[in-house]
Design a protein around this ligand. Sequence first.
Ligand code: ARG
Length: 469
Amino acid sequence: MTDTNANRMWGGRFQMSPSEIMEDINVSIEFDKRMAFEDIAGSKAHAAMLAAQGIIGAEDAKAISEGLDRILGEIERGEFEYSRALEDVHMNIESRLKEMIGEPAGRLHTARSRNDQVATDFRLYIRACIDAFDVALRNLQHALATKAAAHAGTIMPGFTHLQPAQPVTFGHHLLAYVEMLARDRGRFADARKRLNECPLGAAALAGTSFPINRHATAETLGFDRPTANSLDSVSDRDFALETLSAATICALHLSRFAEEIVIWSTPQFGFIKLSDRFTTGSSIMPQKRNPDAAELCRAKVGRIAAALQSLAMVMKGLPLAYSKDMQEDKEVTFDALDSFRLVVAAMAGMVEDMEPVPATMHAAAGAGYSTATDLADWLVRELNLPFRQAHHVTGAIVATAERRGVALENLTLDEMQAVENRITKAVFSVLSVENSVKSRSSYGGTAPQNVAKTAADWVARLETEANSG
Ligand code: ARG
């Protein structure tokens, strides 16, 4: 029985159309259509190169290029009709080109295969994402550094184990994330360098007998060079894995910040106020302001990390070269990169709008004997006690304060001297949170002077970058 629907692209030796289930499991157009622009760019570069090399006629190349431009217009206007029967974006576009320009369309697929085509499209797509992420991450850094500059001297508790540890400044805390994001941007930039080689012309897996010019297509598409091995070109997805791992690490950083935002914005902490723009109310509890955006940023890392896992498992054990398994690379990657883009934008918005409550932060900074280390350091510096002994003496003084229910600076000199009789009233100068942060002027320390300078340097550097990019 001959079925007239047998696939047009390889109908030559197929008599029946695929089963419905085959179509369901095989079809990728619903998700790979988002690479239509990359696919068209790749095809135009390929056709121009084929003509330049005398592999197809100049007229045919012109018809192909114009047809592809018209298709681009249809896609942009939302008029393009995607067909599931045509499986993927590559065949949808080629088939539409055939409808439009007829016979020359059939020459486009000379010296290439969907294997190198999809590898090229996917690289182009991810490269554009990386470039957009770099700008978005820079904007987030800028929002953080600007806020840090404004709050270089705003004192808050620094925590370890989420227990008050030592006073720090809010600006210093924000700058910690600026540093993390700088490394995250570096990871994306590294991934981009390795990604930026063009697989087009590797054809199905072995290269081609046509005299193509892979350097030309690579250059047209903005790649640094063609990939060197045809088998590797069509069979690896490490560029996607690398990008996903950079996104995972960055999203992990941001999930920590999101968690802090959730904690800080509770009435119990009350360190910051979030704006209406990034919070929601409750339909039943009128007093509520919920940090939903922060919570969702905290959560999204789950699907981003899962995409990395998912693609790693798809690739595991695949023999060279191409296998259809690799079509499973796209949905998870797209979803993860979409989520990542949203997370970065939402975090930037929250940071810009976020208002710290300095009085609450300051009060909390002084609680929990947070300047005990300053007292111990004073004992070392002024009385020449070994640090371990100073630690012990300070512990005894903290115990006295605890018994009396007062802060360290509210103890009397007598009470301190009862523990260590050489202590003088000069000790009181180090017990305030202001003096505590001010004294931490070591490189990278939290002293407001350090923070103001580092924040200003960051703002300037990020603005220079933005203006030169
Ligand atoms: N849709 C396919 C993918 O995403 C394109 C490559 C198909 N190649 C093939 N030999 N069937 O991987």
